[in-house]
Ligand binder design. Structure first.
Ligand code: NAP
Length: 280
């Protein structure tokens, strides 16, 4: 069994990104990210702080726009429209979740497709499904980069993705389908889950249930990617029971130190790509 070191892979990608950013700065282009934060959800505050910190470390320009429940939806949309036209900004992200009084999908739909660095807009999702990939959501893109780094050829492999969310499971499944994998997506209503996951050459789990996937869900020598981040009494746990599953897996990501460090890195990579004008 080998552990996939997401922290190390992310560091290597960031080193290359730094070089690309420095080259852009020599052309007087500083990649810029506009972040819209609505409300005061504690987890969102932490995610946004970490994204701003990562931007600062690599020399990207990050601008934060705060709103709360007293703002009207139109005010947030107006800000997005301004950022769409702002040459300093190459990527816009609306930190999810928004307070329930706002229509999140409606608001996100105003982000210009070439600045949708989260890849959650309908254009980018449609491009992914039709195998014309444009901007890919950071978490699935990070997982893809980890598999590439480990020289895993997904062609013809049976991948089971457990979890069907728009930010992880669905785009992950499409990315791998586009690369010739045979993909099964499982979710909360899937019957006989273990029978399905036991068939996986590559098992990707993104459900938000601590240590849910134990050894009996996993085929001998499978590759296991754990996306879960579950905080219990101040400790971080994945969706996979690392202790038992790591005895069976050939490759496995830990939590922490696996998928997590890749996600912000790939977000920054998306911003840089757009600043270079390569994503249009
Ligand atoms: P989500 O939107 O809540 O979606 C969870 C998905 O898992 C849903 O499709 C749900 O099924 C399915 N599910 C839930 N319980 C299940 C079960 N017992 N068996 C099979 N399927 C089950 O969650 P998410 O945003 O995708 O996030 C999933 C986890 O990944 C969370 O722990 C989150 O914190 C973590 N995450 C980590 C990163 C990172 O960078 N490390 C990034 C994103 C997310 P239904 O569709 O039927 O409800």
């Amino acid at each position: 069994m080998k552990i996939i070191d997401g922290k190390l892979i992310a560091q290597e990608i960031r080193k290359n990104l730094k070089k690309e950013i420095d080259a852009l700065k020599n052309q007087e282009i500083t990649p810029g990210l506009g972040i819209i934060l609505v409300g005061n959800d504690p987890a969102s505050e932490i995610y946004v702080r970490n994204k701003m910190k990562a931007c600062k470390e690599l020399g990207l320009n990050a601008l934060l726009y705060r709103f709360d429940q007293t703002n009207r939806e139109e005010e947030i949309i107006d800000q997005i429209k301004q950022l769409n036209c702002d040459d300093r900004i190459h990527g816009i992200l609306v930190q999810s979740p928004l307070p329930s009084c706002f229509d999140e999908n409606h608001i996100i739909s105003y982000v210009a497709k070439e600045k949708d660095v989260d890849g959650f807009g309908l254009y980018n999702l449609g491009a992914l499904i039709s195998d014309q990939e444009h901007i890919i959501a950071a978490t699935p893109l990070g997982i893809l980069k980890m598999l590439e780094y480990e020289k895993v050829d997904v062609t013809g492999k049976h991948v089971v993705v457990v979890g069907a969310s728009l930010i992880v499971g669905r785009p992950m499944a499409m990315l791998l389908l586009n690369r010739g994998a045979t993909v099964t997506i499982a979710h909360d209503k899937t019957l006989n889950l273990a029978q399905i996951t036991q068939q996986a050459d590559i098992l990707i789990v993104a459900i938000g249930q601590a240590k849910f996937i134990t050894a009996e869900y996993v085929k001998e020598n499978a590759i296991v990617i754990d996306v879960g981040t579950n905080y219990i009494a101040g400790h971080l746990y994945g969706d996979v029971d690392f202790a038992s599953v790591s005895k069976k897996a050939s490759l496995i990501t830990p939590v922490p130190g696996g998928v997590g460090p890749m996600t912000i890195t790939m977000l920054l990579s998306n911003v840089v790509k757009q600043a270079k004008g390569k994503g249009d």
